[in-house]
Ligand binder design. Sequence first.
Ligand code: PMP
Length: 414
Amino acid sequence: MTESIEQAQSTDAALRSRAKAVIPGGMYGHQNARHLPAEFPQFFVRGEGSRIWDADGNEYVDLMCSYGPIVLGHRHPRVEAAAAAQLARADCQNGPAPCIVELAELLVERVEHADWALFAKNGTDATTTCVMAARAGTGRNKVLVAEGAYHGAAPWCTPRPNGTTPEDRAHLVHYTYNDLPSVEAAIDAVGDDLAAIVVSPFKHDAGSDQELVDVEFARGLRRICDEQDAALILDDVRCGWRLAHGGSWEPIGVDPDLSAWSKAMANGYPISAVLGNDRFRTGANRLFVTGSFWFAAVAMAAAIETIRTHRDEEAVDRMERAGRLLRQGLDSQAASHGVGIRQTGPVQMPELSFEDDAGFDKARLFSATTVRHGAYVHPWHNWFLSAAHSERDIDRALQATEAGFAAVRKTFGD
Ligand code: PMP
């Protein structure tokens, strides 16, 4: 009897119950599937191009791209070859491999505001190092961040402060995204102690509609930082290499002093970067920032090949094309089902929300049904497209979302 129950249990469920015994909470952080509808798998075993497979062998069109890192498609042959070639020589050594210099030169060449680069592992390392470089460069303490914005899970910025002290955030002051008067009010409050303003390329807070940056707001931040002799820090961790080949504010002509990068820069290999201009070179020189794995060569080799391939394959254009098809398809499906939706943010980082859905009940049902029908989406976080998404992939994904909308109509009415 016990045996037949065990046989009936999915691999995912079996792994979850083992994980519960040996991993805090059974899983942790943003990839904890316990907060998602039950249809979402927790464990995955394979990815190829635009597709992923869970531990039970179910295939999905991947519309989350590992929460951003996969920008060219899973296991892109050029990136894999470069990583394998480096791995055959060395990865973790007593000092960095020569490719660290090549990667820094490449980024300084491709990102307009950058005169130097340093490398770490996660986005949080990069945003934290930006803030440290700003403080070391200005000798000041206060840092302005947008209310509700995510810049990482470190004590100075985590949105969920269990295990931290209020003092960790003592020098953080909030403003409202796209609202210059709120920035000016925050500046008045900090007096002459402003080290930096941190801003994301657009407002991409989870659980809310996305808001593109108002160009006048971006220019205003630049002007204020110049007037105050403070650093403008662009957190390009989520948007970097998705909106542009280069800095995400290059198309609007506003240069930050420091920028934080990670996610997509090595197509899934673990690396992050801080880029800075000459004004903050001295601040960066003064820092002691490091980590046992920050100099590992494989991810650097992968980053170099990702950035080159990204331009060669016109990755931004491809993502925009796929994103437009997806957005049009979702709009027409929602309309034909009489389901009210909003789609916000850039098409290659889609955010779908439902009208009258403050508790995300419709979003949960829609995403659960869509996942069950073979497209991996998220109920309240923005999705991500990659350059591997073809028209066929979007068609396949739309078959799944069609089932999602039908379920929402059936349960919540026209
Ligand atoms: N900044 C932004 C805008 C992010 O989206 C994230 C990660 N979602 C981070 C910083 C932190 O990156 P990581 O999780 O790699 O530390």
